[in-house]
Write a protein that binds this ligand. Structure first.
Ligand code: CIR
Length: 257
């Protein structure tokens, strides 16, 4: 991965996504969700990735959030164990990844979701959250050991996944929501914090010289402008409102390697 990722796997929005969230009082606009997903795919391609697709499964309304189903490194994939409502999403992803990747599995009592896995230089941070347990973190550690990667555990108490509140912008710099994590655990040169009124902003996606950022958070976007200019990154703002309604964000819409 030294030269940056080359591939992405995504899963389009199943129609059942709209009804699933309607039952929870959240109105997802299907055409807008589709447009936002297409725009996301175009942004991945513009960043130089070859994008492949897994067919959506109508019986699994959250399957668009493909990041949670696997951890992919080089030509290896660790299939995750997810929360009960989402168990089963992995099968179709594994079938596609199995053509190009060697497949590894978690220990029997382990739970892990990809949203809790954050790669930063040669360290991988894993969130201990409502979705990922100690055994899951240990399985991840064993999986990544062959690549010489260290794994550092980070307690997650204030949000769904680790990457809901902190992501890597590249160039030794994290973007994080203030006071959600013990930032002393991260071995980085710099941290940019989101505006306290813009908690949804911490999930960005850096791919080579492209920085994908969620639309609708103007104050934090301003903070990132200087970073992008300094490091020659092309910032691309993407609307993801329909995925935020399902508690999703930018990284969770793809698996990247
Ligand atoms: C869930 O609760 O699992 C989905 N509604 C949202 C998952 C978002 N995934 C991610 O941020 N990695």
């Amino acid at each position: 991965m030294a030269d940056g990722p080359t591939h992405a796997l995504v899963r389009r929005v199943p129609r059942s996504y709209v009804g699933y969230y309607a039952r929870q009082g959240r109105t997802v606009l299907a055409p807008r969700a589709d447009e936002q997903h297409q725009e996301y795919v175009r942004a991945l391609e513009a960043a130089g990735l070859t994008v492949s697709f897994v067919e959506p499964d109508e019986s699994l309304p959250d399957c668009v959030f493909i990041e949670d189903t696997a951890v992919v490194w080089s030509q290896h994939a660790l299939i995750t164990r997810m929360c009960q409502d989402r168990e089963g999403e992995q099968a179709a992803v594994e079938a596609v990844l199995g053509r190009t990747h060697s497949i590894s599995r978690l220990g029997s009592d382990a739970t892990l979701e990809g949203g809790d896995v954050l790669h930063v230089s040669d360290v991988t941070y894993v969130g201990l959250s409502a979705r990922t347990n100690e055994a899951g973190a240990e399985s991840l550690k064993a999986f990544l050991a062959r690549f010489g990667r260290r794994v550092v555990k980070i307690p997650v108490e204030k949000c769904l996944h680790l990457k809901t509140g902190v992501t890597y912008l590249g160039n030794g710099t994290l973007l994080a929501v203030p006071a959600w994590f013990d930032m002393g655990r991260f071995e980085v040169e710099d941290v940019i914090y989101t505006e306290s009124s813009e908690l949804g902003f911490a999930n960005c996606l850096r791919i080579r010289d492209h920085l994908l950022i969620p639309d609708g958070y103007p104050r934090t976007a301003l903070r990132l402008q200087g970073f992008a200019e300094k490091h020659g990154a092309h910032a691309n703002r993407l609307g993801i409102s329909e995925f935020e309604k399902g508690d999703g964000s930018l990284t969770c819409l793809s698996l990247i390697w």
